[in-house]
Design a protein around this ligand. Structure first.
Ligand SMILES: Nc1ncnc2c1ncn2[C@@H]1O[C@H](COP(=O)(O)OP(=O)(O)OP(=O)(O)O)[C@@H](O)[C@H]1O
Ligand SMILES: [Mg+2]
Length: 302
């Protein structure tokens, strides 16, 4: 069984700029190709998944990208509105109860409300069923925020449970927390680059997610990997300028190998994603990365 074949919820996180959105897009594309109805969620950020996949933007409403693949940019105002409407049922009552000013007030002053309604929306879709009883989405991929924000975001059900009295909000926070900490449902995918800071942050993130929030690490992706290319003998035979280029390449390959050794201490399979050299980083790159990640996705259904 491969590492990510069975989890319905994949949470992709890591240090800022390491390739979280890229890996999310590739995992979502790969899942959709395997026949899983897949939703990829961005969280309150400038929408990028659709652009990377060469599709028009979808915004805060779920939009279809291609066969088996949907995307949404989850934003707090819309998520709060959906949450409130679920309770209040009718748009007219919602409008009467929440003026725009009041929505702004809630989002700014109630601690954790942004996170809980955004995470709640995503996890709601994870439980949603079609009329025939099958899941609306077989798999959801969250392009989660970077390290510190991801920890805040994912801790929020427990934080709410620790602070609010029993009631509807606590009930929602309970099922949300239980879904997140169930390793059969949820796994994190930690993305790193072959550099010291991202690697150390990945090790810390793993510790925080598993010990504090109790979310299992399902896979580690070493993005931007550079493989060795030249033997010493080949380098010795090169003219000086080219020898220098080759030396720098081998140095970077060495840093990639060092990063891999450190990340392999984590109790989850590691996949290397090569550094891709393309003037325009877009669909073709995501296709190539999806192919590299195939062993993580093959061989099972959630
Ligand atoms: N394997 C790769 N090879 C070459 N370039 C890459 C690779 N992966 C990502 N990139 C480049 O790095 C940039 C940052 O990637 P991406 O947006 O996925 O990172 P991120 O972790 O989502 O960033 P942020 O923290 O800002 O959300 C991309 O725009 C892309 O150009
Ligand atoms: Mg991103």
């Amino acid at each position: 069984m491969s590492a990510l074949a069975h989890q319905r919820l994949l949470i992709v996180t890591g240090k800022g700029g390491v390739g979280k959105t890229t890996v999310s897009a590739a995992l979502a594309l790969g899942s959709a190709r395997r026949g899983l109805r897949t939703l990829v969620c961005e969280v309150n950020t400038k929408e990028r998944v659709t652009t990377l996949l060469g599709r028009p933007e979808v915004g805060p409403e779920i939009g279809s990208l291609e066969e088996n693949l949907w995307s949404v940019d989850v934003r707090p105002t819309e998520a709060l509105r959906e949450y409130a409407l679920m309770i209040l049922k009718y748009e007219s009552i919602y409008n009467a109860v929440f003026g725009n000013r009041l929505v702004g007030y809630f989002l700014r002053f109630i601690p954790s409300i942004q996170e809980i309604v955004m995470l709640g929306k995503i996890l709601f879709h994870l439980r949603e069923k079609r009329p025939d009883g099958s899941w609306r989405f077989d798999r959801i991929v969250i392009d989660a925020p970077a390290t510190g924000h991801a920890i805040t975001f994912l801790s929020v059900p427990q934080v709410v449970l620790d602070t609010v009295p029993p009631g509807p909000l606590a009930t929602d926070a309970t099922w949300m927390r239980d879904l997140l900490i169930d390793p059969k449902t949820t796994g994190s995918v930690l993305v790193s680059l072959p550099e010291d800071l991202p690697v150390n942050e990945t090790l810390e993130l793993h510790a925080a997610l598993t010990a504090k929030i109790k979310i299992a690490t399902a896979a580690v992706v070493l993005n931007g990997f550079i493989a060795p290319r030249f033997t010493d003998a080949e380098r010795a035979g090169l003219p000086p300028e080219l020898a220098e280029v080759a030396r720098v390449h081998e140095l970077r390959a060495h840093l990639s190998a060092e990063a891999e050794t450190k990340l392999r201490t984590l109790p989850a399979p590691l996949t290397r994603v090569p550094r891709i050299y393309q003037a325009h980083f877009a669909r073709a790159a995501i296709e190539a990365i999806a192919a590299t990640l195939a062993p993580l996705l093959d061989g099972g259904r959630p």
